[in-house]
Write a protein that binds this ligand. Sequence first.
Ligand code: PLP
Length: 406
Amino acid sequence: MFDITKIREEFPILTKTVNGKPLIYFDNGATAQKPKQVIDAITNYYTNQNSNIHRGVHTLSREITIAYEEARKIIQKHLNAEHANEIIFTKGTTESINLVAHCFGKINIEAGDEIIITQMEHHSNIVPWQLLCEEKKAILKFIPINQEGELMLEELPKLITSKTKLIAFTHISNTLGTINPVKEIIHTIRSLSNAAILVDGAQAVPHIQPNVQDLDCDFYVFSGHKLFGPTGVGILYGKEEWLTKFPPYQSGGGTIKTVMLQKTEFADLPLKLEAGTPNIEGGIGLAEAIKYVTEIGFENIQKQEDDLLKYITKKLLEIDGLKIYGTSKHKTAVISFNVGSIHPFDIGTLLDKYGIAIRSGHHCTQPIWEFYNVPGTIRASLSFYNTIEEIDSFVEAIKKSIRLLS
Ligand code: PLP
């Protein structure tokens, strides 16, 4: 049973008032709120468990090492990865992509090689590839988008050549909400090329449980904080055959087997790629967040979010001059829009006065706005704990803001 009242009670921040109004949090694409279960796990870590992992023989250290490695197994199971050592803890999606760009680039990219990304990527899945291509004199290509904000996949076979070494694309667009047909894309790539495939799952994991073996991607990356977990922790899933070939990304304590003054022998996976003391409470909190969403059930999450998406789309389209960007049939509850020539920051600032948190601007996807020829939009990104009543208040506040600004 999906009990929205009970679910909302599990998120302490949702009872907060902002500017004297009940908080309406529609900025879930930027970061999601945390359930008490996650907050309690972090508090418990610092109250009862705090010590360093992988190095102490004392009880606290041994216990927290077991808990941290247990968290890795929970994430492995969630993604259906074959081995626990294919799960690398990072700071987040951005660091996971940088890690792959650095390590893959070092062993696999030469001058004239090609990397393909798409026009709908977050800057975190563009800039690391630009830097790699610049450094190696490789070529960066793009799958374009259409007016609906969908990938023009008919272009993909034309872009792939014998020089294509890696193809990276997002599972779900943070700006347009489009859910890309990841399995179909990977199938096309595999039939034409040996290129490695990286999927940016940052916006997918709060809504979908990815099955990395079924998808057959080489890398799948995401951040804990968008999945109702803590900030500063993320995951790189990589097939073992790739990760074992990777040189260390950063080096130092934690990554080594033995160090002599002149030479170091590196540890096996996953430690080889996890330099220094990690975000221990982050890993534990992320595993707790996964337990939490699993208990709610992704079917329930998707049903609630689909209902919210239908309702907010209908209500917004009743407003004169409002244009929605991203109208794919396959999308999550993310709505990017503009009203006439009103600047998104003006509406964002007024909505804040009503206690409503949305995002205004380019949402770290400037190439999308270059395509639509607008500087940015207002973005409402909803989660399963949002309600129809909140949408009504949001739409009323938009109407009031338009009247004030016109
Ligand atoms: N990729 C996508 C699709 C995103 O939406 C985001 C953040 O909004 C990122 C990557 C970067 O995530 P982080 O800032 O957590 O590293």
